[in-house]
Design a protein around this ligand. Structure first.
Ligand code: XUL
Length: 521
């Protein structure tokens, strides 16, 4: 048996997946939901509530506690971690963790007590800004100006200076609390932080996640001195190193050997962002397959051989963990927006699915909406904005079925609008994430894009991506054969577009796109 562990510390949960590359089987696939399992952190959806909707932070100790809790639960349930040969994983992108001491300079984790109590005194900032934070508009402008304009930033980093990206967030911290910034010795991404916990050393940042910082030069994969200087003083000394995605960042720390039974010396491969990890987990690291991930955020992404930037500034280019690049467009109003609408319309999930499949038709008889229940980055909408257009009962929130279809149609049309810069319309799209179970959503995506929709049997593509990256880097199993075993699509669930439905979207597309474009003008 050759077992590899993948971890994914995402917005709402921590997941673990173990694969056996000899049998081609997934042996373990388990998630811990932060809100449900760790209510003491007051974060039902994985982040802290704040009166200002632009400020979105999470407690990094919640991620630390989750790691101990999940590994402990799995061990109690009989998981034998001593058989794991390699570990990798991913974290929600852009979020940052601020430490007084480099993890490499901190005392070795003591197996006699929980990690949380040992990490707490290391924090120089109690909370971590996460990808949903949109409070750094001013800092983005300052960084772009200092570097020589938006185009220059795009050329260097693959993206404009973006509110949720780590560089503008670090600059905001430096400006708002210079003392605490001065007391900070090390700043990690969520991905490199979790990897650092596992090895008890400071783990490096890979170009998949590092490209989401506005600090890394995309072409070389190294931090860029001009961007560092434009962001905050002394920043070059506070960042871990930039490393290749296949780098072994260290070996599992003795803490995990003694508490959970890992084998001493188990290699840990650089962690990456949840989207780049999903690119691997979806078997989509070669150009030609587009992926839609329906999670807390919805994302559209695809591998690219050469960086190709979005002239409108919404799309990003990140490193592809398998080599080359990937493009990505992110929508903040993903599952949280679907949940808020379902709650307001009084719909359970099965009713939401039935509403789309059985009770409404493409184009929704002229009912449509703007779905920005929280601030949105694509298009840029700084304050929540939900507007309904159509029949009287619909605009009065009295048509639950039409409301369900309206949000999914708006999300799909916005995805199509904002991914148009990639070039050719995809004929095949692989869909992942919790909402990929909902056939109604899959049918709307198929009809709007005029593309066939495939899903994998594994729901958590990001944790799978971690396990596959460990198997490739440590076990030397090529991605191609890993994909055959683990990233095959489930043919029985393929959803085909209906030409008549695709044709229905002409008028709605025009109206919605005009509104979306006006918002970001
Ligand atoms: C991508 C992004 C989100 C997070 C959360 O740019 O901000 O998709 O990675 O999952």
């Amino acid at each position: 048996m050759a077992l590899f562990l993948g971890l994914d510390s995402s917005t709402q949960s921590l997941s673990a997946m173990v694969i056996d590359t000899d049998s081609g089987k997934v042996l373990l696939d388990q998630s811990l939901n932060f809100g449900q399992t760790l209510p003491e952190f007051g974060s039902p959806s994985g982040f802290l509530e704040h009166a200002d909707p632009q400020l979105k932070h999470a407690n990094p100790l919640m991620w630390v506690a989750a790691l101990d809790r999940l590994l402990g639960t799995l061990k109690t349930a009989g998981t034998d971690f001593s058989r794991i040969e390699g570990i990798s994983g991913a974290g929600q992108q852009h979020g940052s963790v601020y430490l007084r001491k480099r993890i490499s300079d901190a005392p070795a984790w003591d197996p006699a007590s929980d990690l949380l109590g040992q990490v707490q005194p290391l924090l120089s900032r109690e909370t971590s800004p996460i990808w949903m934070d949109s409070s750094t508009h001013e800092e983005c402008r300052e960084i772009a100006e200092a570097v020589g304009g938006d185009d220059k930033v795009v050329k260097l980093t693959g993206s404009r200076a973006i509110e949720r990206f780590t560089g503008p967030q670090i600059r905001a911290f430096y400006k708002r609390d210079p003392r605490a910034y001065g007391q900070t010795s090390e700043i990690h991404l969520v991905s490199s932080f979790i990897a650092s916990l596992l090895i008890g050393q400071s783990a490096g940042i890979d170009p998949g996640d590092g490209a989401g910082m506005n600090l890394l030069e995309l072409a070389s994969g190294a931090f860029d001195p001009t961007l560092l200087a434009a962001t905050a003083p002394g920043l070059d000394e506070k960042l871990p190193s930039a490393v290749g995605s296949r780098t072994q960042v260290g070996e599992i720390a003795p803490y995990f050997v003694s508490r959970y039974g890992f084998k001493a010396g188990t290699p840990v491969i650089a962690f990456t962002g949840d989207n780049p990890s999903s690119l691997v987990g979806m078997g989509a690291t070669e150009p030609g397959t587009a992926v839609v991930s329906l999670g807390t955020s919805d994302t559209v992404f695809a591998a690219m051989r050469h960086p190709h930037n979005d002239p409108r500034g919404f799309g990003h280019v990140f490193g592809n963990p398998a080599g080359g690049f990937m493009c990505l467009i992110c929508f903040a109003n993903g599952s949280l927006a679907r949940e808020k609408l379902a709650e307001k319309a009084g719909l359970s999930w099965p009713a939401f699915e039935r509403a789309i499949l059985e009770e409404t038709t493409p184009g929704n008889r002229g009912n449509w909406l703007l779905p920005f229940f929280i601030p949105e980055m694509t298009p840029k909408v700084l304050a929540p904005k939900v507007e309904l257009f159509g029949s009287e009962r619909f605009v009065a929130w009295q048509e639950p079925a039409a409301l369900a279809r309206a949000i999914v149609e708006a999300q799909a049309l916005s995805m199509q609008r904002h991914s148009a810069f990639i070039g050719e319309q995809p004929k095949l799209i692989r869909v992942t994430g919790g909402a990929a179970k909902n056939r109604g959503i899959l049918q709307v995506l198929a009809d709007v894009f005029g593309a066939e929709i495939h899903t994998l049997s594994v729901a958590n593509a990001s944790a799978l991506g971690g396990a596959l990256r460990a198997a490739e880097a440590v076990g030397k199993v090529p991605f191609d054969s890993l994909y055959q075993a683990f990233a095959a699509t489930d043919a029985s669930r393929a959803v085909a577009p209906r030409a008549s439905a695709t044709a229905c979207y002409g008028e709605l597309r025009e109206k919605l796109v005009a509104r979306l474009d006006a918002l970001s003008a």
